[in-house]
Design a binder for this molecule. Structure first.
Ligand code: NAG
Ligand code: NAG
Length: 464
């Protein structure tokens, strides 16, 4: 009987070590600090980890685990290795990729962090990880009237979900204000003002999980762009034309009852209600020909502050957005070509522009960025620091003979941290720049010939 148990333990140990890619059993987390910021509707979590190799082999990577409730809302995971202390700290960005763990319990999601060099036995590494969640604050109650504040639930685990043993860990949750209705207690737990501290907890075994719910007031604007299509058109004649089509929604608690604009405006100054009536778009410096319009026409209530490093466009939809309400609109602007179009050392041209969404603190569920290249451009390729879906299209516009190549980039679940530079490289023969003027000249010439012919015919008729 004892033998049988021995064999069973041995078999399951082999199974575990195989399925966990051997590394899981070799690493342990010596210390984990998690700081979760729920003050806006975009949840940002910062992890500070100290990881030790307690095995006998070198380990090339570590694995982060996310519960199924979070994995679909995960917009971004970034990791840095840190060395040195405080002021002399140096940071090395590490590669983070989704990965599989066959021994995974139901629907857990995994990301693998690749170390710059494998971690030797007995060695430790310090890491900083940032991950961002969208649509993770659930309004409760789900419907509120105009004068009520917005309360939300945030759910997580008091222990960090991990395939490794964690020696010591602490979690801090930072709320937007002191109005906390309730929170699950997992001793030791402490609340001080806007912050709740879970832990420290000692020696938690792999996959320890203790569900917690925090119920608190959050009146920040839940600005969600359900769909954004940005078109960036390059004209070698001097400018970049950008056109953006927004389908904006208020993603917070649904509004119930009647809406009184008078009450709304008089309350505005003192109530912290979660509705919003203006939004800020951060645009490049030197923008011009800015417009903002919806189905009805131009909306004049927008203010542009053009700056040296950036321009700010404050836009005000025709009506304030209350929970569940929507507004569709377009923004368009031009910027000088020389600020964004360059030549690479190999002679190709490239556009260097900002990805993401110009609206501040906004989630984009579905983003499409289209870069319309000049006619005659060839071999386009896009360089972007995270995975996006890429495709090519052809667009015909006024005076085009062959149509223009359009590079189409698509990404779901986009947050402000995705507003980073991306490049689209392409080759272009300057000859093509003459195509349009040539067509214009030939059109005038034909018209001239036609006129001549007409006059000539007219004269001959008149002469008879
Ligand atoms: C809307 O604004 C644009 C740019 O300022 C202007 O060209 C256009 O004529 C305006 N349209 C209407 C209907 O006012
Ligand atoms: C793109 O522009 C950013 C600044 O806007 C700059 O830091 C970056 O080096 C540029 N990238 C390339 C490839 O030119």
């Amino acid at each position: 009987m004892a033998d049988l148990i021995g064999v069973f333990v041995f078999v399951s140990a082999v199974f575990l070590s195989l399925s966990a890619g051997s590394s899981a059993l070799d690493l342990q987390i010596v210390n984990a600090e998690r700081r979760i910021d729920v003050s806006s509707h975009i949840v940002k979590s910062f992890l500070t980890l100290k990881v030790e190799n307690t095995g006998k082999d070198r380990v090339p990577n570590m694995v982060l685990a996310f519960p199924h409730t979070q994995i679909n809302h995960l917009a971004m995971v970034q990791a840095l290795a840190t060395t040195g202390k405080k002021k002399k700290m140096t940071y090395v960005p590490l590669d983070v990729k989704p990965t599989e763990q066959p021994d995974a319990s139901n629907d857990t999601g995994y990301f693998s962090i690749l170390f710059a060099k494998p971690l030797g036995p007995g060695e430790t590494i310090s890491l900083e990880v940032l991950y961002i969640l969208t649509h993770s604050l659930e309004p409760f109650p789900a419907e509120i009237s105009e004068s009520e504040p917005q309360l939300v639930h945030y759910r997580d685990s008091a222990f960090m979900l991990s395939p490794y043993h964690i020696k010591q860990q602490t979690t801090f949750i930072k709320m937007p204000n002191v109005k906390v209705e309730s929170f699950t207690s997992v001793e030791p737990v402490n609340r001080a003002g806007k912050e709740i501290k879970y832990g420290p907890y000692e020696n938690r075994s792999p996959y320890s999980y203790a569900p917690i719910t925090v119920h608190f007031e959050n009146n920040s604007p839940f600005a969600v762009v359900e769909e954004l299509v940005r078109e960036i058109e390059i004209s070698h004649w001097g400018s970049l034309q950008i056109t953006e089509n927004y389908r904006l929604a208020h993603g917070g608690a649904r509004h119930k009852g009647i809406f009184s604009r008078v009450e709304y405006q008089s309350r505005r100054s003192f109530s912290g209600a979660p509705s919003f009536n203006d939004l800020l778009a951060v645009l490049p410096p030197r923008v011009n020909s800015v417009y903002y319009r919806d189905e009805i026409g131009n909306i004049s209530s927008s203010h542009l502050r053009a700056g040296f490093r950036k321009s700010e466009l404050e836009i005000e939809p025709r009506y304030p957005l209350l929970g569940g309400w929507r507004a569709n609109f377009d923004i368009g602007y031009r910027v000088p070509l020389e600020d964004f179009l360059f030549e690479s050392p190999d002679g190709r041209r490239y556009l260097n522009f900002t990805f993401g969404c110009p609206l501040v603190e906004t989630v984009v569920d579905k983003l499409t960025v289209k870069v319309v290249l000049p006619e005659g451009s060839k071999d386009p390729s896009a360089v972007i620091p995270f995975p996006v879906d890429q495709a090519l299209e052809v667009k015909y516009s006024y005076l085009d003979v062959m149509g223009r190549v359009v590079v189409v980039l698509k990404k779901n679940n986009v947050v402000p941290s995705h507003n980073v530079p991306f490049q689209v490289y392409y080759s272009f023969k300057p000859m093509f720049m003459l195509a349009e003027p040539f067509m214009l000249v030939s059109a005038f010439f034909m018209f001239f010939v036609a006129c001549l012919a007409y006059i000539h015919i007219d004269l001959t008729i008149g002469g008879k």
